[in-house]
Design a protein. Structure first.
Length: 287
């Protein structure tokens, strides 16, 4: 951990040199997850040429290795540098509801660099943010990421204990952040819907939470104007009352927004994740 902290003290411009080397090794020499990445891009963009998809593939891989450098830098980054590199547009969508003593549900996908986005939120409204995360199997990396994510305060809630944590803090106004594109486990109730030309399973935690307790839901749109700089724009996704809303309406709208975000900035999405490993073989009990 001490070694990582020392490396983190280097300027990001120097860390990007390591990112460039890692890109050359990972992409050109080792071909890290190329089969998964290419299959995902082929299904998502069948209308694009092989050359166009290869360009997205290379840009994605550079974003991936840059995210490693940026995450290490997060160990010691100052609030001032973080503010220069991450811009959040329409922050007031969340803050206005929190000021009215409301709970807001924020949904996002795995767009680069989601870790910088979360840390920027923590640095600005730390006492009013809970980030729901999936525990890492490695104790070392679990401890490292918890240390990095919680540097500026805020709450980290492991997904397995979220329901209990929510009920305990039900009356506390805050923003609850969910990466709602994670693949649900086989033990969870899943909703299958078309996403990037394939039937895809989604966990409907955000929808169930919002509709049961009457919470507003916002979506975070991701963009990367240049290397090391990100813009996340908060957009209203749904709001109560939900009495006349169709089943799965929030999840369907989230999927639509996320797919539009991907088509606008395809290299920002996490294509190395084997999101479609499991195929739909039976009718989901949620349908």
């Amino acid at each position: 951990m001490f070694a990582i902290k020392l490396i983190s003290l280097l300027p990001l411009s120097v860390l990007y040199i390591f990112s460039d080397v890692l890109y050359l090794i990972g992409y050109h020499l080792l071909g890290y997850r190329k089969k998964v990445i290419r299959q995902n891009l082929l299904h998502a963009f069948p209308e694009k040429s092989a050359e166009e998809r290869r360009k997205i593939e290379k840009e994605f891989f550079r974003n991936l290795t840059d995210s490693f450098a940026e995450t290490i830098k997060m160990y010691t980054i100052s609030k001032e540098e973080l503010a220069k590199r991450v811009q959040i547009v329409n922050y007031e969508l969340a803050l206005s509801q929190i000021e009215k003593n409301q709970v807001v549900v924020g949904v996002t996908g795995h767009f680069f660099n989601w870790e910088l986005h979360l840390q920027h939120m923590m640095a600005n409204i730390s006492t009013k943010v809970d980030v729901v995360y999936l525990k890492v199997n490695s104790p070392f990396f679990e401890n490292l990421m918890k240390t990095i994510r919680s540097r500026f305060g805020g709450g980290l809630v492991e997904r397995a204990s979220f329901q209990r944590d929510y009920l305990r803090k039900r009356d506390q106004p805050r923003l609850i952040v969910l990466a709602a594109d994670q693949r649900p486990s086989k033990s969870e109730i899943r909703y299958w819907t078309p996403f990037l030309h394939r039937e895809t399973a989604f966990f409907e935690g955000a929808e169930k939470l919002a509709k049961r307790f009457g919470h507003t839901v916002i979506y975070s749109h991701a963009a990367k104007p240049k290397r090391g700089h990100y813009v996340f724009t908060y957009q209203p996704l749904s709001s109560p009352p939900y009495d006349t809303d169709a089943e799965h309406s929030i999840t369907d709208e989230f999927v639509r927004r996320m797919e539009a975000n991907i088509r606008e900035n395809p290299a920002l999405y996490l294509w190395s994740h084997n999101r479609w490993k499991e195929k739909k073989t039976t009718v989901s009990v949620s349908e």
